[in-house]
Design a protein around this ligand. Structure first.
Ligand code: SF4
Length: 288
């Protein structure tokens, strides 16, 4: 049997573009990838039924991030994210790919939660950090920087020193899906990670939903979490706002914003001014 260095049985090791350390694709937990929240001992959800148990059992956001980042509960998405990680894209030839779920990231005591859709195959799925390394991320991080929430204008690679103040970013589906379209069952399987993340944000006042998928997912999470969601369910729109109430916590405003996808930004459906305006609204609500 051929198991020499060029054999397909031997995973290829490639240098991380920032640190030069060698990694397999996908990256094994706790092997030194910048900002990897997990270790080799982090418990793994291998079936849908394990997700709520492990999510609820996470005592804080650090533990939750670690568990999110090793989840393997959706067979189709695990296959896809790992296949993309192994094959890569020509533009990133020679780079290792993270190839794992993308945990929530940012200020653990932030008042604003930016909600996306799911990681991009060659963005977060490559870099290991939400909205990092793709065009959508260029837009949202530049806007967050203009508004004073992000330490740097660009976010291209984990370990670059980027930071968020008062803002956290998470996606209701944590693995890159084919065609950016998760199945309803995958959204529902991933939901306990999202629910627990919301629960563990002590100062949350605003959830900024990027697109209709994020809007619907956030309303579903709010209802599961015991927040009062108006009936009929509020419709998504750019700049739409709805206050969600719960007896034991301050109210939270859900604000809609067109997604920062290239489909929207290239066509002018979403402009920088529109994004800045919605972020300004979020800031006002967060301080109210
Ligand atoms: S989408 Fe969510 S639940 Fe499914 S494998 Fe990824 S992290 Fe786990």
């Amino acid at each position: 049997m051929d198991n020499g260095p060029d054999s397909p049985l031997v995973p290829q090791m490639l240098p991380h573009p920032l640190t030069g350390q060698l990694f397999t694709s996908p990256v094994a937990p706790g092997t030194g990838w910048p900002e990897d929240p997990a270790s080799a001992d982090t418990p793994v959800a291998r079936r849908a039924a394990a997700v709520p148990k492990l999510a609820r059992g996470a005592q804080d956001l650090a533990e939750l991030e670690a568990r999110q980042s090793v989840c393997a509960a959706c067979p189709r998405l695990v296959d896809w994210r790992e296949e993309v990680a192994r094959t890569g894209r020509r533009a990133y030839r020679g780079q290792p790919y993270w190839g794992r779920p993308i945990p929530g990231w940012g200020d653990r005591s932030g008042r604003i939660l930016v909600v996306g859709l799911a990681p991009a195959a060659h963005g977060g799925n490559r870099t290991g950090r939400v909205f990092t390394g793709d065009r959508s991320g260029d837009w949202i991080f530049a806007a967050l920087h203009r508004a004073g929430y992000a330490g740097q204008e660009r976010s291209e690679i984990a370990g670059d020193g980027q930071s968020l103040r008062d803002v956290r970013i998470a996606a209701p589906v944590r693995c890159a899906p084919p065609d950016n379209k998760p199945l309803p069952v995958e959204r529902d399987t991933c939901a306990p990670w999202f629910d627990r993340e919301i629960e563990l944000l002590p100062n949350l006042r605003v959830m900024l939903a990027l697109g209709a998928f994020a809007w619907d997912s956030t309303l579903r999470a709010a209802r599961r979490g015991g927040w009062t969601v108006p009936v009929p369910r509020p419709r998504f729109g750019h700049g739409a706002q709805v206050e969600l109430l719960r007896e034991d916590r301050p109210g939270v405003f859900l604000i809609g914003c067109y997604h920062v996808s290239q489909q929207n930004t290239f066509t002018g459906r979403l402009t920088e001014a529109m994004l800045d305006s919605v972020l300004a609204q979020a800031g006002v609500r967060a301080r109210s």
